[in-house]
Design a binder for this molecule. Structure first.
Ligand code: PLP
Length: 404
């Protein structure tokens, strides 16, 4: 480990709470798909800050939008009307034509978006429908955030460890099993919340029939369908929203991650009907839709639309998967499965392969990816990644699998 990394690591340990297992890398600068460490060494970023910097690092138009807005108005609170927030809400709703008379609530993170969606579902049921429904059903292996409600909603025990007592009114059922879901629905169920591709859970897409079955069940039982698009949304999977691949019409969508290309921002989008669940005083956050973040997000959406990044993600994702399949064929027994949609990609290594070692060697050779669920290399590259960059990664992965 080099000196500059060691020094920063020591300062971090002495000043920041010990909640993250960090990579042995100290980053100082970014440009497009490239990241540079403190000593100026270049890395190919195939993770984009966990699906955040969709347009790449320091996109010049975002930099300009942020600096212009920073010189105009940064924050005033939601006690006032501000144009950037409305511009953004209108642009977001334009990406969701199926969301009838939709409305947006702005917040600052994915967990906060899901927390807001859970509150909205409960309040809509009680105040608008007049029904005492409050249960939220989620799926095993899901990830919805780290607030008390969203970690309770999350279908992974490790995120709950040490935090009991947890809020009531949450049920987790086996993922992909429609019968289990049907059994879990009760007259108290308010909503089913799910990711259409589980990201943190190992890039696991659901079958179209399952997702359509979930939607049909929601309609039959009068339960809201809420889709967590925090990782899958905003062009990443080849459409504006991943649920659009499966013909779903959710009542609520949650958004964050790449919305403002790196500035902290989240949103809850709901149909006009469900949005009536909130009224003045029922939900709020100081920074929600602040002009600075809203300006960045509106520019992000404008660029995604203008540069047709959804189409690009679909094309490059298919290209990447074909490269990964070639690597699998050339290294029999090394790769269990390659999967994904658009530029949300997973390479599940075979149990015989030391996945940690593969990941470490990739990093040492200048490739930043994530290792999730112990054996899945997860790639969430900027949507502007090139064929040449993906090819370079695939070649390095093939070499490493051969060497190990
Ligand atoms: N939901 C999904 C699907 C996520 O992938 C994440 C974060 O990884 C979250 C929610 C939580 O978002 P945040 O970390 O911004 O609170």
């Amino acid at each position: 480990m080099n000196d500059s990394l060691n020094i920063l690591k020591e300062r971090t340990n002495l000043s920041i709470m010990n909640t993250y297992g960090r990579y042995p890398l100290a980053l100082a600068k970014g440009l497009g798909c490239a990241l540079f460490d403190l000593d100026g060494r270049e890395y190919l970023d195939l993770l984009a800050g966990i699906a955040v910097t969709g347009l790449g690092h320091c996109h010049p138009e975002i930099t300009k939008a942020v600096s212009d807005q920073a010189a105009t108005l940064v924050h005033v609170s939601n006690l006032f009307f501000t144009e950037p927030a409305v511009d953004l809400a209108e642009a977001l709703l334009a990406t969701w034509p199926e969301g009838k008379n939709g409305r947006v609530f702005f917040c600052n993170s994915g967990a906060e978006a899901n927390e807001g969606a859970i509150k909205l579902a409960r309040r809509y049921m009680r105040k608008v429908r007049g029904e005492d429904r409050y249960e939220i059903i989620t799926l095993a292996n899901s990830f919805h955030g780290r607030t008390l409600a969203t970690l309770t909603a999350t279908g992974q025990e490790k995120v709950k460890d040490g935090f009991a007592p947890l809020p009531e009114g949450f049920t987790t059922v086996e993922a992909g099993n429609l019968d289990a879901l049907r059994h879990a629905v009760t007259p108290r169920t308010a909503a089913i919340l799910l990711e259409v591709i589980q990201g943190e859970g190992g890039v696991k897409p659901f079958a179209s029939e399952y997702l359509q079955g979930v939607q049909a069940l929601c309609r039959e039982k009068g339960v809201l369908l809420m889709v967590d698009e925090i990782q899958t949304g905003l062009c990443r999977t080849g459409k504006w929203w991943a649920h659009q691949h499966f013909g779903l019409t959710p009542d609520v969508i949650t958004v964050a991650k790449s919305l403002a290309n790196g500035l902290p921002m989240g949103a809850v989008m709901a149909t006009g009907e469900v949005a009536q669940g909130f009224e003045p005083g029922s939900h709020a956050t100081t920074f929600g839709g602040t002009p600075l973040a809203a300006a960045a997000a509106t520019k992000t959406l404008e660029i995604m639309k203008r540069d047709e990044l959804a189409k690009r993600a679909a094309r490059l994702g298919a290209f990447a998967l074909s490269l990964f399949r070639d690597v699998a064929v050339a290294n029999p027994g090394s790769i269990k499965e390659t999967r994904g949609l658009g530029l949300m990609l997973g390479i599940e290594l075979a149990p015989a392969v030391n996945a940690q070692k593969v990941w470490e060697t990739l990093l040492a050779r200048g490739f930043i990816v994530n290792l999730t669920q112990g054996s899945v290399l997860r790639l969430l590259p900027p949507l502007v990644v090139s064929e040449e960059q993906l090819t370079r990664f695939a070649r390095a992965l093939g070499d490493i699998l051969k060497e190990l």
